[in-house]
Design a protein around this ligand. Structure first.
Ligand SMILES: NC(=O)c1ccc[n+]([C@@H]2O[C@H](COP(=O)([O-])OP(=O)(O)OC[C@H]3O[C@@H](n4cnc5c(N)ncnc54)[C@H](O)[C@@H]3O)[C@@H](O)[C@H]2O)c1
Length: 361
């Protein structure tokens, strides 16, 4: 769990701060007294948690494209960060089939631009590059992937995240290792929570339909994913960034500077149909879901990650099981629909999460 007294006053640059995870992370950083700044394109959705929470006024927000090295350089210089959390990306598998070049340009070359600017950032001590559980070569087997397994990716998005991992490792070995910031990469599962309105993602698709009184259209009911609440990987990223910044001992630094899985418990990897039926049940109002036929682009059927390393070496552990995660997600959208402010709901859930000392309150 992140230590608020460590984060208080820290200058933290978050790329992708206008997105779903970035907005949650920025609100959490502000709550802990950190000084976050951000670099991203305009919010990718309307509505967005970023805009609803007024984050453009509450942090130094740079709207810029990471495919443009000059824009990245300017934002990094202005922020003079001590910690860099790089999350900006084209994050959607289906869109990556339509826009493979843009996906690689943003996810791979965008990361290279961020790492290059990071080399010139004098105060930087700790870098966390966010990739994905999809970075592994997926063999469609039932076992969870460990950090030591080969990178790969069937579709352009997954392959771009595998390449991002390779680029980050090369920059670490070639530049940062000799002098400079400690760098790690992080691989989370399918993240869900309030305030996500992305297209072609299960929970936002569900919430759009349910809030408008429609039935939910489901494409890949049998696909198994490691579902987790957005606060779980964010707690992992913050814990790791803090350790990279603090743990000066060479052996510990060597251990930390690596890839890290932050997935849910194995039992929380469930098929899409299981998730949708539970969401619909929690929503009530006679909500329902339907199968959408037709040809859909390939998406992995089995995907789980093994997070034993984060548990044993960072003391990180998921706090919400899948049932709690769905409760909090449906609760967020219900409260939002009832007129409560997005920032207040989000901060309330962050506070409750911080106070949990075991699984589900
Ligand atoms: N949401 C998930 O389930 C999930 C799972 C695994 C990994 N991830 C990774 O987590 C990170 C955040 O994902 P998210 O769910 O918040 O996505 P999101 O779409 O909500 O946010 C993406 C962010 O990246 C920014 N961005 C996109 N292209 C950019 C560009 N060219 N230049 C600058 N900024 C750009 C957007 O403006 C936005 O701020 C991504 O790296 C994603 O691949 C997400």
């Amino acid at each position: 769990m992140p230590n608020p007294s460590f984060w208080a006053g820290k200058r933290v640059l978050v790329t992708g701060h206008t997105g779903f995870k970035g907005a949650w992370l920025s609100l959490w950083l502000l709550r802990m007294g950190a000084k976050p700044s951000g670099l991203a394109l305009e919010p990718p959705t309307d509505p967005s948690l970023f805009s609803l929470a007024g984050l453009d006024r509450r942090m130094e927000s740079h709207i810029g494209d990471i495919r443009d090295p000059a824009a990245v350089d300017a934002a990094v210089r202005a922020a003079d960060p001590e910690i860099l959390l790089h999350m900006a990306a084209q994050p959607l598998v289906r869109l990556s089939y339509d826009e493979p070049v843009e996906t690689f340009a943003t996810n791979v070359m965008g990361t290279v631009h961020v790492l290059e600017a990071a080399r010139r950032a004098p105060s930087l001590r700790s870098i966390v590059v966010v990739t994905s559980d999809k970075c592994y070569e997926n063999r469609e087997w039932p076992w969870p992937y460990r950090e030591t397994e080969p990178m790969g990716g069937h579709d352009p998005y997954s392959a771009s995240k595998g390449c991002t991992e390779l680029a980050a490792a090369a920059w670490r070995r070639s530049y940062f290792k000799k002098s400079g910031a400690a760098l790690a990469t992080v691989r989370a599962g399918n993240v869900i929570g309030g305030g996500d309105w992305a297209l072609d993602r299960l929970i936002p698709d569900c919430m759009r339909a349910l809030m408008n009184g429609r039935s939910v259209a489901v494409r890949n009911p049998h696909a198994i994913r490691p579902w987790q609440h957005v606060l779980e990987p964010l707690a992992g990223y913050l814990t790791l960034a803090e350790a990279l910044h603090t743990d000066a001992d060479a052996a510990r630094r060597a251990e930390l500077e690596d890839g890290w899985n932050f997935g849910p418990a194995d039992s929380d990897a469930r098929p899409v149909s299981w998730i949708v039926s539970r969401v619909v049940e929690r929503w009530g109002d006679d909500a329902a879901w339907d199968l959408v036929g037709g040809d859909h682009p390939h998406e992995a059927t089995h995907l789980r990650v093994d997070s034993s390393k984060a548990r044993s070496r960072l003391g990180w552990e998921p706090r919400l099981d899948l049932s709690g995660c769905l409760d909090w997600t449906v609760e967020w959208f219900r409260r939002y629909q009832a007129g409560e402010g997005a920032e207040a709901i989000t901060l309330d859930q962050i506070a409750r999460y911080e106070q949990m000392d075991g699984k589900n309150p």
